[in-house]
Design a protein around this ligand. Structure first.
Ligand code: SAH
Length: 401
């Protein structure tokens, strides 16, 4: 049937209405008229697939990737980059306004990505007879020759892997350093792969948790700081973008040398280490043991003294932590749990800096925190170009200060 796409949804899909029921259509833009086929019909919504474009938007561009219409990785490659940024900024405005009553004037202009392509330092390829990515919303594997959003060196390794015997493997993770020539390959599956000479050029090679050869970690640099990255540790996938994000966090902590700062969900300690020279003390909390070991290593490597790390679940740890006057939180998509929210509400923090990768849970948490803390500003940062994802840094200040 012929429909007109009215607007975007929060996952970068076009929205139209069929028999008064909302219908989401991938790879479409507002204003486009398309012939669609309904592929899913649920009680509250439908999903459709384009059969033919009748009228296309002037904002549409030819996606640079041949897999775009089927691959699960990217959502916005049919939209030019500046329009992607506008879409993300508007989306943040919408969500924060709707769910947390945050005024539009508090949303700062989005910080763009210098390289909207080839920016990822990590790729997780699936393996089953072939190597590639899953199709959108399914476990069907599509063979990929090249991924346009990962670092070019990852594609070189992929080209090589395609000629190898990958039976008995189900996943290959490749991580690269932006600053150093370091490359890490992690094979996952039932049996160790046969490793050929080419792979010997790789800095660090693992099968599951076992180091096959090379160094245990790869090195990376953000600002003046050196970081070690181990196979399973979280590290922002967009190194340049991460630096912009961390600079923003830094800007909220300048000028108060006596501050004691909590860095909750600290991962390998990146943010805390990055701001530690500005304040008197930083305390990081992280549940992943290996990440805490890496954080300690990063502390030593950078010769920093005024930061310490605790390993454990934030919810269980907060009540035992020494009291600080400012907090950074960078939780996973689920956002903050009630224990942590209550801890923030019960104590007096002059500032909370909330780094979020999911605006919906951010809005939910800001609504609760607004009892005591005022949202000063929210800055969206584009760490994941071509996808609908967007990171936000929010500054909150205790009311009445
Ligand atoms: N701030 C870091 C990492 C953020 S990612 C950076 O910018 O690099 C979120 C981190 O929260 C992950 O390292 C994850 O292991 C950790 N995490 C998830 N749930 C947690 C919990 N309940 N308690 C403590 N850490 C948790």
């Amino acid at each position: 049937m012929k429909v007109e796409i009215e607007k975007f949804d929060h996952q970068g899909r076009g929205i139209t209405y069929v028999h008064n029921k909302v219908c989401f259509v991938r790879n479409t833009l507002p204003g486009e008229i398309v012939d669609i086929k309904i592929t899913k019909d649920q009680k509250k919504y439908q999903e459709g697939e384009v059969r033919d474009f009748i009228h296309t938007s002037e904002n549409r561009i030819e996606p640079v990737c041949p897999y775009f219409s089927i691959c699960g990785g990217c959502d916005l490659m049919h939209l030019n980059y500046s329009d992607q940024l506008t879409y993300k900024e508007n989306k943040i405005r919408d969500i924060l306004n709707k769910y947390a009553n945050v005024g539009s004037e508090k949303i700062k202009p989005i910080v763009g990505n210098d390289s909207p392509l080839n920016y990822r330092n990590k790729a997780t390829f699936q393996v089953k007879d072939k190597i590639g990515y899953f199709e959108k919303g399914s476990y069907e594997l599509i063979a990929i020759d090249e991924c346009k959003i990962v670092d070019a060196r990852i594609n070189e390794i992929l080209t090589f892997l395609k000629q190898q015997d990958l039976s008995d493997l189900n996943q290959v993770v490749i991580r690269v350093s932006r600053y150093y020539p370091d490359l890490m390959v992690i094979f996952k599956g039932d049996k160790r792969p046969h490793i050929s000479q080419y792979l010997k050029l790789i800095t660090s090679c693992y099968f599951e948790g076992e180091l096959l050869f090379g160094t245990k970690v790869i090195r990376e640099k953000i600002g003046n700081l050196e970081f070690s990255i181990s196979p399973d540790a979280f590290f922002q996938v967009n190194t340049e973008g991460a630096e912009k994000l961390y600079q923003l966090v830094r800007s909220y902590l300048t000028g108060n040398k006596n501050d004691r700062v909590l860095d909750l969900y600290c991962g390998t300690g990146t943010i805390g280490l990055f701001v530690s020279d500005l304040v008197s003390e930083v305390i990081g909390v992280e549940v992943n043991k290996q990440a805490v070991i890496d954080a300690e290593e990063n502390k030593k490597k950078n010769n920093l003294k005024n930061i310490s790390f605790y390993c454990g679940d934030v919810a269980k740890m907060v009540s035992k932590l020494p009291l600080c006057n400012k907090v950074i939180v960078d939780p996973p998509r689920a956002g903050l749990d009630d224990v942590t929210l209550n801890y923030l509400l019960k104590n007096d923090f002059s500032k909370i800096i909330y780094v979020s990768c999911d605006p919906v849970t951010l809005a939910r948490d800001l609504k609760k925190l607004s009892e005591k803390y005022e949202v000063v500003e929210i800055t969206p940062v584009d760490l994941f170009s071509q996808t609908y994802h967007v990171e936000c840094v929010t500054l909150l200040q205790m009311r009445g200060l």
